[in-house]
Design a protein around this ligand. Structure first.
Ligand SMILES: Nc1ncnc2c1ncn2[C@@H]1O[C@H](COP(=O)(O)OP(=O)(O)OP(=O)(O)O)[C@@H](O)[C@H]1O
Length: 248
């Protein structure tokens, strides 16, 4: 997936401008930054929900999207929600149930295919949403703060599972979060954006991909890198030096 010189406007306002971003196959890239810096806009542009007014967006195959809310069809079962995505992807009817169950098993929901969304916890619903997003075998999985509506424990567990899933299946991921901890835990690379207009201002390479998640959270190197990302996000949200000079 490649973006070159991307600009997206809402009316007269450029939400993002001049963004170059390449996510190589198998890489987990995280976008973070202060509120309003264009993270969601960029993700939606890769998904094809927004149109770039300048620059190029290159996605070879489909994308799979997971939002903050699971957005399942409530009248369908977990299997039915995933099967629907398989159907839209052109998978023959006879194969859908087996494929859906395999996808549900991959996200830790083996045996729960018959449940409807009200019979699933928030974390389980979000797992169905991930299985559904993976159903189209997307070139890239796009995740927009997928765990921020979940309780802390469920969130931690899903972070660990998505980290393992991405590593074992070499899924290419572009992930938006406000959390420096989540960014450093999940990403191979963390990109920090600044607002007005939204652009990438810093890039941090995360060297922990071979470490187990349980060890990572308390490792001093992890804590230090998390603090660095927090500092970069804070700096990105500060008014530009020129503006500060004017008000001084
Ligand atoms: N539909 C829209 N119409 C007009 N302006 C919009 C629209 N969506 C976003 N914007 C503006 O574009 C800019 C970027 O918004 P975006 O939601 O992409 O930022 P974000 O970094 O994802 O923010 P947050 O972290 O708060 O979710 C903001 O200034 C926002 O107000």
């Amino acid at each position: 997936m490649e973006l070159h010189g991307v600009r997206v406007e809402y009316g007269p306002v450029a939400a993002v401008d001049g963004v170059d971003l390449t996510v190589p196959a198998g890489e987990f890239t995280v976008l973070t930054g202060p509120s309003g810096c264009g993270k969601t806009t960029l993700l939606r542009t890769v998904a094809g929900f927004e149109t770039a007014t300048a620059g190029t967006v290159r996605v070879r195959r489909s994308t799979g999207v997971v939002f903050q809310q699971p957005r399942l069809f409530p009248w369908r079962t977990a299997r039915g929600n995933v099967s629907y995505a398989l159907a839209r992807h052109g998978v023959p009817r006879a194969e859908r149930a087996v494929r859906a169950d395999a996808l549900l098993a991959r996200v830790g929901l083996a045996g729960l295919g018959d449940r409807r969304s009200w019979e699933l916890s928030g974390g389980q619903q979000q797992r169905v949403a991930i299985a559904r997003a993976l159903a189209t075998e997307p070139e890239i999985l796009l995740m927009d703060e997928p765990f921020s509506a979940l309780d802390a424990l469920t969130r931690e567990r899903l972070q660990e599972e998505v980290r393992e899933l991405a590593a074992t299946t070499r899924t290419t991921v572009l992930f938006v979060t406000h959390s420096a901890e989540e960014a450093v835990l999940l990403g191979h690379r963390v990109l920090v954006m600044a607002p007005a207009p939204g652009r990438v201002v810093a890039e941090v390479t995360v060297p922990f991909r071979d470490l187990a998640t349980e060890q990572l959270r308390t490792a001093p190197e992890f804590t230090a890198l998390r603090a660095r990302v927090t500092e970069l996000v804070r700096a990105a949200g500060d008014p530009a030096p020129a503006a500060r000079t004017r008000t001084a």
